[in-house]
Design a protein around this ligand. Structure first.
Ligand code: ZN
Ligand code: ZN
Length: 345
């Protein structure tokens, strides 16, 4: 089968590789019809994650058809059209039982080396092996497009997790640092959940314009504090979401948040340490949280909003390609020319 594989730092290529087989009775095999390319893939391909060896299949966002199930899979059958989470969860451990699927003891993350658990082959491939299929997969409901289902797998779940972790209340003023797909979907999530206003802070003009068309107040980084001051009578944002993934951006969040406000980081961080403005945080009683989208936990809620038309995450998709366009698509995302790319198989 054909798959997108890691070649060398910064480079992917399409290669013919052996098709996967079932390895456990709880596995399923899925023939991929649509996949997404994500900022996290860029981290993996840049060499930021451990365990990415040459030839490793990348990608973690996919929709497709079940072609084989293990003997212990009970809720899915061959032919089912399914969406996947970007990570696996067993559905049986104490973490899964309380809805913390992302923290599952048996978590594996597709296509990201060993950064988030044992390495698991990625999903930008014609066929994907899915561990714990009953928990990891879900049928795509009527009224949800494949492209929307791809976004539920990661980017939208991440944006929603940010406002949930930040305990956003209706009427809150939310600042989002970063106008990539996750930042934009954080903005849409906050609006759907009743934010008073969302200020999306982004240096690239096209991404600011996109945010504005989609209901946010755009700001370049240098003007952000002034924009928030006008909205909050000088207090600062109730919630600042950092969706960049750089220590510098996370530090910048503290300049924008109000006293007793919340800072939530959803940017994919790989730095070992980061200096926290300790005395300032203590004095102002700032809450700092981190959130990773838990699409298994959030899937029912997000799908309801998509099916009813409350939330349309597909507005962020601005490029659709076939496998042979993959190298150019990765490069365009890296250069921030595109927001979200979908691969049709
Ligand atoms: Zn992703
Ligand atoms: Zn579990």
């Amino acid at each position: 089968m054909r798959a997108v594989v890691y070649h060398s730092p910064g480079k992917v290529t399409v290669k013919e590789v052996p098709a996967p087989v079932l390895q456990a009775p709880t596995d399923a095999l899925v023939r991929v019809t649509t996949a997404g390319i994500c900022g996290t893939d860029l981290h993996a391909v840049a060499g930021h994650f451990p365990g990415m060896s040459e030839g490793a299949i990348v990608g973690h966002e996919f929709v497709g058809d079940v072609i084989e199930v293990g003997a212990a899979v009970t809720t899915l059958k061959t032919g089912d059209h399914v969406m996947s989470s970007d990570f696996t969860s067993c559905g049986r451990c104490a973490r899964c039982a309380r809805g913390d699927n992302w923290q599952c003891d048996n978590r594996e993350f597709f296509g990201t080396g060993s950064a988030f658990g044992p390495a698991l082959a990625g999903a930008q491939a014609e066929i994907v092996r899915v561990p714990f299929a009953d928990s990891t997969l879900s049928r795509v409901p009527e009224g949800c497009s494949d492209e929307a289902a791809i976004l539920v797998a990661d980017n939208l779940a991440t944006g929603w997790a940010a406002i949930e972790r930040g305990q956003m209340l209706p009427g809150d003023i939310v600042a989002v640092l970063g106008g990539g797909a996750v930042g934009q979907l954080t903005s849409l999530s906050a609006q759907a959940a009743g934010a008073g206003a969302v200020v999306l802070i982004e240096p690239t003009r096209s991404r600011r314009e996109f945010a504005q068309v989609n209901g946010a107040i755009p700001s370049d980084p240098g003007s952000a504090r002034a924009v928030l001051d006008r909205l909050t009578e000088g207090e600062g944002a109730d919630l600042v979401v950092e969706a960049v993934g750089s220590p510098k951006a996370l530090s910048g969040a503290f300049d924008l948040v109000r006293r007793r406000g919340q800072v939530v980081s959803v940017g994919a961080h790989s730095d070992g340490e980061w200096p926290i403005p300790l005395a300032d945080c203590f004095r102002r009683e700032i809450t700092l949280g981190f959130a990773i989208g838990d699409s298994i936990r959030l899937r029912p809620r997000l799908l309801r909003m998509i099916v009813t038309g409350m939330l349309d995450p597909t507005v962020v998709i601005d490029r659709r390609i076939r496998l042979d366009g993959i190298e150019g698509a990765y490069e365009a995302l890296r250069q921030q020319k595109d927001l979200k790319t979908i691969v049709n198989f």
